[in-house]
Design a protein around this ligand. Structure first.
Ligand SMILES: Cc1cc2nc3c(=O)[nH]c(=O)nc-3n(C[C@H](O)[C@H](O)[C@H](O)COP(=O)(O)OP(=O)(O)OC[C@H]3O[C@@H](n4cnc5c(N)ncnc54)[C@H](O)[C@@H]3O)c2cc1C
Ligand code: FES
Length: 256
C-alpha cells in the first residue's frame, strides 16, 4: 500500500535522531501484523531508492492512522528525510515485513541497541506493562526514548558504552541480571548484528526463545528483487524484507 502521508509532528528525541509522526490513512488498520514491521519511504524526487525505517509506534485512528518513525542520518536518503518539515508529505509503502511473534499478554524481555531501540517501543506499548526493557547506547547524547519505555515497562535498564548513563558496558550486563531474576516467554531484539549475536547467545544459555530484527540494504522492499537476501543457518537464502525483518535467532547464520 503506497500512500502520501503528511508529517504532523517532528522533534529530535536526541541530538542525533529525528522523530516524525505521520498520518498514514488506513495503513495501520489494513496492514498491521505486529510490532517490528517497517515502512519503505521514498527519499527524494530523483531516482533515489526508498529507505526502510522501522515503525516505532502506530495506532489505528480516526480520521487517519498515526505512525511514528525515529531515525538517524546515515547518508543521502536519511539526510533528505531529516530536512522534511511538518505539513510536507512523504511517499510511504507499508506496513511491510512480518513483525515480532508476540502476544500482548506475553512477558518478554525487549532489547534495543542504538537506532534499534525505536521498534522495541512499539513492542512495549503493545504488551503494556508486561515487558521489561534493556536499552543500549553509545553515550548519554545518543540515548533515546527512555522515558517512553518507562511509561510502559516495569523495569527499564540502560547501558552506555562510556558509562555516562546507566550501567557502563553493553546490553548483555543488564540482560544477564534480568534473565537470572525473572522468567520470560521470549527475548526480542533489534540493534547492530554483534549485539544481536551476543543477546541471542545469552537468551539461549538461559533457555529462553529469542527473535531478532535483521538489517540489510533494501531495494524493492517487497520480495521482488534479491537486494536483501541473507544466508540462514540451514544454508537457505531468505529475504529480510518479506520473510523478515524478524527471524528466530536459531535460524540465523551468525557467522555469515
Ligand atoms: C528493516 C529495517 C529497518 C530500519 N529501521 C531504521 C530505523 O528505525 N531508524 C534508522 O535510523 N534506520 C533504520 N534502518 C536503517 C536505514 O534504512 C538506513 O540507515 C538507511 O537506508 C540509509 O540510507 P541513506 O541513503 O541515508 O544512506 P546510504 O548513503 O544509503 O548509506 C549510508 C551508509 O549506511 C550503510 N547502510 C545503508 N543502509 C543500510 C542497512 N539497511 N543496513 C546496514 N547498513 C546500511 C551504507 O553501507 C553506508 O555505509 C532500518 C533498516 C532496515 C533494513
Ligand atoms: S528488497 Fe527486494 S527482495 Fe527484499
Amino acid at each position: 500500500m503506497e500512500t502520501k502521508c503528511p508529517i504532523v509532528y517532528k522533534d529530535t528525541p536526541s541530538a542525533h535522531a529525528v522523530r516524525m509522526e505521520l498520518e498514514v490513512g488506513r495503513m495501520v488498520a489494513q496492514s498491521f501484523r505486529s510490532p517490528g514491521q517497517f515502512v519503505h519511504i521514498k527519499c527524494g524526487h530523483s531516482r533515489l531508492l526508498r529507505r526502510p525505517i522501522s515503525v516505532c509506534t502506530c495506532q489505528s485512528d480516526d480520521p487517519a492512522d498515526l505512525l511514528t518513525i525515529v531515525f538517524e542520518v546515515r547518508g543521502e536518503g536519511t539526510e533528505w528525510l531529516a530536512r522534511r518539515e511538518v505539513g510536507e508529505s512523504l511517499d510511504v509503502l507499508g506496513l511491510l515485513g512480518n513483525g515480532f511473534q508476540m502476544d500482548p499478554k506475553s512477558r518478554c524481555l525487549l532489547v534495543g541497541g542504538g537506532i534499534g531501540v525505536p521498534p522495541m517501543l512499539g513492542c512495549a506499548q503493545y504488551a503494556n506493562g508486561n515487558c521489561d526493557a534493556v536499552l543500549g547506547f553509545r553515550d548519554t547524547g545518543h540515548a533515546l526514548l527512555v522515558k517512553e519505555f518507562q511509561a510502559h515497562c516495569p523495569t527499564v535498564a540502560v547501558a552506555t558504552e562510556d558509562g555516562s548513563l546507566g550501567e557502563k558496558g553493553f546490553v548483555t550486563g543488564p540482560m544477564e541480571a534480568l534473565l537470572a531474576a525473572h522468567s520470560y516467554d521470549a527475548v526480542l531484539c533489534c540493534g547492530p548484528k554483534p549485539m544481536l549475536k551476543a543477546a541471542a547467545a545469552l537468551a539461549k544459555a538461559h533457555g529462553v526463545p529469542c527473535q531478532v530484527s535483521l538489517e540489510e540494504r533494501m531495494a524493492c522492499g517487497v520480495g521482488a528483487c534479491l537486494g536483501c537476501a541473507v544466508q540462514m543457518a540451514d544454508g537457505t537464502m531468505k529475504h529480510v524484507c518479506k520473510d523478515g525483518p524478524i527471524f528466530d535467532a536459531s535460524e540465523v547464520d551468525w557467522n555469515g
